[in-house]
Write a protein that binds this ligand. Structure first.
Ligand code: GLC
Length: 760
């Protein structure tokens, strides 16, 4: 297709390749990141994920060989051949990723009638069943390659052998493993090889396709309906380095406010002031810590965004102020769809400025969402983002603590938005086909920036739809799951893969959104949910309420235990957020991220790490009271047994059957851990200046601990403390201050949960 490489031109860190039929560019961004760009649609990248110039001055060499060019950086060797065949090697010369040269041979050829059907739907399908895309790349697969990432896709952790599509989709049906798309489009994946690892970020917002060896075990492909071939090859020695480079490119989650890490209670159907007051009172009466109540669409007047229903909430200001006095923040939902209604200011203003998406004939495009006929703010236009962001004053004036952006795929009840609906891409007109997958991303950006300018605080934004790089603006949840054991199981790989795709702060609706939960399912879900960064119980209007006190004393007591556990671990979670801002590493991690050389962890779907130090092996099977746990290398301690007659410690690299009665979620702490903890509180800030507790586990180890006001951006000017805690072989703790810009803890309590336990 590209033909022979005729000549090339080198300018700075960009090499322009002139092939017989096409020009392409290779750019060295860092010694680990190389961009491959074919300007099919535009000469510029027009990335929505990458902001600013990410090219770092990087030394490299370019040599002409007989039949190819060799580009060498400190970390990578890239060999460029005719037909834009590119092979990437690590610095030692081990092949990481080669373009596939053979014939594509589907393992399965559909019947001619199916092929015909696909053609009628506009797909380019060969007689053997190969699906071709106008933009595409086919790369070699090795037998042992595992593939991770790609956002919120359903199914197992390792995406090898599966195929997916990136087209943000609001799918109310129970999410199945076989779904190809869901709410988010994050075109980034990591390929872990027997030896070596690399990542690819395919920066293309059009509908795109990923076939990870389903078509044939020898190769995988990615492609899209339109746009440029624009991908970043990311090399590095470890998976963590790949993620670091990916988040260097697309940005990292900024440090959240501390309260955001607390417990959130939500339900679609909490629809009046009385309900919220009763909820707050109940939570406090039953001693369930809580930092936020979420206000779903019921708070609005006929689902009009930027309104408050004054019949059911006659004094929202006082309600929110009273909740605040109890340490509870209000988080309000905002959907993008603006109701078509005369004299409704958001509608009238938006129409006046031309801020809504239009049909190709120039008329404002109308579809249906919750408010009935609705129009779509054109968030790709910076003026629209600014307009929307400044309107958030409506919420900040009321004392709202954070914004929950929903339905921003964008969803539509009256059929899908046609591809040719006109949206803006920053400074020029574009189409729905190009802007669909970044609609939620741009809405989150508008919300983050507006909130930041209005409050000066770290914005708390939740979004349902995402693109690569959305982590800069928003946290996310996995959308409308159901109260099903299969969905609790799915929560683990889904959150892990989101983390491996840069979205570090995620959560699932605890208890399940649709359908009806059971006491046992709710218990097992909170045991997972209390380790998810976003810790929220939420359910649908048609389903049974799932506040924990509705399921009897035992459920309530266990639920409370895990919410309390989360609150005692808040300093650890906050440290992980800090680490994330600096490195891009997620909070909840698959085992493979830290033990990638251990083949036993590559397909673990029912265990996860919280940071490096905690391993959680929850129960995700109805009725199970024991489970098998694989512990990777090292020594691990049972989080819950210190002080018992028989405290448990385990040698890693082994499988164990462990007890997990209903009130126990198996959690293991790695030897050498220094776990920063807090005294129990009903909400973040209940104790004005709580001391720090350090649980020091046997073994040598260290912990960098971060401490600031948990609210604003003063830390970026140095207003924080950073400590280094270190234990030597004898378990003696040394404390060093790495940075002093905040204030000291009133006290630091050091505990040794396993001091007298010798290793087994
Ligand atoms: C969507 C959201 C859900 C919300 C509902 C009503 O289904 O995913 O969380 O409760 O809309 O706003």
């Amino acid at each position: 297709m590209y033909g022979r490489l005729l000549n090339y031109e080198q300018k700075g860190q960009t090499i322009t390749l002139r092939y017989e039929n096409q020009t392409a560019r290779i750019q060295v961004l860092t010694h680990k990141v190389i961009n491959v760009f074919v300007p099919f649609a535009s000469e510029e990248h027009r990335s929505k994920a990458i902001e600013g110039n990410k090219e770092l001055p990087t030394a490299y060499t370019l040599d002409r060989m007989e039949d190819h060019l060799v580009l060498t950086t400190d970390s990578l060797i890239c060999r460029i051949y005719d037909n834009l065949m590119i092979d990437f090697y690590d610095r030692e010369g081990t092949l990481l990723c080669a373009d596939y040269r053979g014939q594509r041979k589907p393992r399965f050829t559909p019947k001619a009638a199916f092929i015909e059907l696909a053609r009628q739907e506009g797909h380019d399908v060969s007689d053997t069943g190969i699906l071709n895309h106008p933009v595409q790349c086919v790369k070699q697969l090795d037998a042992s390659d595992c593939i991770y990432g790609l956002g919120d896709k359903t199914g197992v952790l390792n995406k090898r052998y599966y195929e997916y599509e990136n087209w943000n989709s609001d799918i109310p049906d129970p999410h199945e493993d076989c779904f190809k798309s869901l709410y988010k489009s994050i075109p980034f994946f990591i390929t872990l090889k027997e030896k070596g690892v690399y990542g690819i970020f395919f920066d293309n917002t059009f509908k795109s396709y990923f076939n990870f060896g389903k078509e044939n075990n020898q190769y995988y492909s990615f492609g899209s309906d339109a746009g440029n071939l624009d991908y970043y090859f990311i090399g590095g020695d470890r998976m963590t380095e790949i993620l670091e480079s990916y988040t260097y490119l697309t940005g990292r989650m900024p440090l959240p406010q501390k309260w955001v890490l607390g417990y959130h209670q939500s339900r679609w159907g909490y629809d009046d002031e009385k309900t919220f007051r009763e909820l707050a009172a109940k939570l406090r009466e039953l001693r369930i810590p809580c930092d936020a109540l979420h206000f779903d669409i019921d708070y609005m007047e006929r689902y009009k965004v930027f309104t408050w229903n004054r019949e059911r909430f006659d004094d929202a200001e006082t309600l929110l102020a009273d909740l605040k006095k109890q340490g509870i923040k209000a988080v309000t939902i905002i959907d993008p769809g603006v109701k078509v209604e005369k004299e409704y200011p958001m509608y009238e203003e938006g129409i006046g400025h031309g801020f809504f998406a239009k049909s190709p004939d120039g008329s404002v495009y109308v579809n249906k969402v919750w408010p009935g006929d609705a129009v779509y703010p054109d968030f790709g236009n910076p003026a629209v983002r600014n307009w929307w962001g400044q309107h958030l004053k409506f919420y900040t004036d009321l004392g709202v603590g954070g914004i929950w952006n929903d339905m921003n795929e964008p969803a539509s009840f009256n059929g899908p938005l046609p591809d040719d609906i006109v949206f803006t891409d920053e400074d020029h007109a574009s189409t729905h086909a190009e802007m669909h997958n970044v609609y939620g991303h741009n809405m989150a950006k508008a919300t983050y920036e507006g909130w930041k300018s209005l409050t000066g605080k770290r914005p708390f934004v939740i979004t349902r739809a995402c693109y690569g790089g959305s982590q800069k603006y928003a946290t996310a949840w996995t959308g409308d799951n159901q109260s099903l054991w299969t969905h609790l199981r799915m929560a683990i790989p889904q959150q892990c893969n989101l983390g491996l795709s840069g979205m570090a702060f995620v959560g699932t609706d605890i208890g399940g959104f649709g359908a009806d939960t059971t006491p046992e399912l709710l218990i097992r879900w909170v045991q997972v949910g209390c380790f998810s960064p976003l810790f929220r119980n939420h359910c649908a209007i048609g389903s049974m309420n799932q506040e924990p006190w509705l399921f009897g004393e035992e459920t309530l007591a266990i639920y409370r235990k895990y919410v309390n556990l989360r609150y005692t671990l808040l300093p650890y979670f906050y440290d992980l957020c800090r680490e994330c801002e600096q490195t891009g590493l997620p909070i909840l991690r698959p085992l493979v991220l830290h033990y990638e050389n251990d083949p036993n962890v590559r397909n673990i779907n029912d265990e996860f790490l919280v940071g490096r130090q905690l391993l959680v092996a929850p129960i995700v099977e109805q009725g199970a009271r024991k489970r098998m746990v694989y512990l990777p290398e090292g020594v691990w301690y049972d989080y819950f047994t210190p002080g018992n007659e028989k405290p448990q410690c385990y040698q890693g690299n082994q499988y164990y059957i462990v007890d997990a009665p209903l009130d126990k979620c198996p959690v293991f702490v790695k030897a050498g851990t220094i776990l920063p903890k807090a005294p129990a509180q009903m909400y973040v800030g209940e104790i004005a200046d709580p001391g720090l507790i350090l649980d020091v586990y046997p073994g040598e180890g260290s912990c960098v601990h971060y401490h600031d006001n948990g609210e604003d951006f003063a830390y970026r000017e140095g207003a924080y403390h950073e400590y280094l805690f270190r234990t030597d072989k004898n378990g003696e703790l040394q404390i060093t201050k790495l940075h002093e810009g905040y204030h000291d803890y009133p006290e630091i309590t050091v505990r040794y949960p396993y001091r007298d336990v010798s290793e087994m």
